[in-house]
Design a protein. Sequence first.
Length: 367
Amino acid sequence: MDFYITKEEVVKSLNYTLGVVEKRQTLPILSNVLLEVDESSLKLTATDLESEISTTSTISNYKSGGKTTTPARKLSDLCRLLPDLAEIHLFLDGDNLKIESGSGKYSISTLPSDDFPVFEQEEIQSQINISSQNLKTLISKTSFAMGNQDWRHYLNGLYLLIDDKSITSVATDAHRLALASSSLNEATQEGMSGIVPRKSINEIGKLVGEESENVIIELGQTSIAAKISGTTFISKLIEGKFPDYEQVIPSGDSSQLTINRKTFSECLSRVSVLSSEKYKGVRILTDENSINVSANNPEKEQGEENISCEYNGEQIDIAFNVNYLQEILSTLDSENIEINFFGSDKSCLITDPNSEDLKYVVMPLLI
């Protein structure tokens, strides 16, 4: 293996792989990246056994091909710290990978490429084509509500449902729920669903966040693959049945409140300073065209504000975890939001008046 590549090409590819490389691993080779060189390209692959990413970059000069594995973070740090536009010479010398650029010469260890774990491909059951912007929006609008190390493992991921020409993403940690829908570029013949793990959906989000091209998503029984701009990310799906989210979304008669999103968020930030650190609870009391937001804590400190809104429903006295409300408000883009109350002891439904594709449910807090 002997080739030349520009700093910008290799650093961009290495950045994609670092999210998958395990910082603490049981197998030393899992902290390595697999390098495969042919006459025109360098292919980098990283895996943590649950997911895998491979990306291809163009080399500037080819001497000889081959493959090896080397520590991903050391290689990335070395290349990243070289001068901009530098050409980097990489070649194998025995068990070491030599890196030369300008007056610098470096040598890092390798492990045999034959020992690098290969991610098993499975039969594709459904393939979709979606714009990177739509996929990025789906993930950013819902992934914050995923469970985090919940014993109910099926909550620790994002549920994707593909049906005809639409895709729906749902996340819940059993205290709140986020749902978003988007259109596909073309209809799919077979509907499919799966739960993508937290780490994997975050990596897919980073991948599509920097691209403007369309994304091809392939779903199998136990895995998902996302392909964009010469990069492929594959992940195992979480086993288990996702909760019936439609049953969680409240329906029926409700009292609707319309309020300025920024005004409401700023009010919550101020009042919650004096909320209990353990529960982060804020109390909301509705009145005609106004709400009272209050909080207190065990130190007998308290704060309250009255802010105007559009409301003429029944009086509601309800409390929520302020962090759950703030995460939803920061996700929405519209000037106003709508909150549907179904009673003082029932979950509320938060929606964007400009979009039918977004729904957020928050359970009340007992304080």
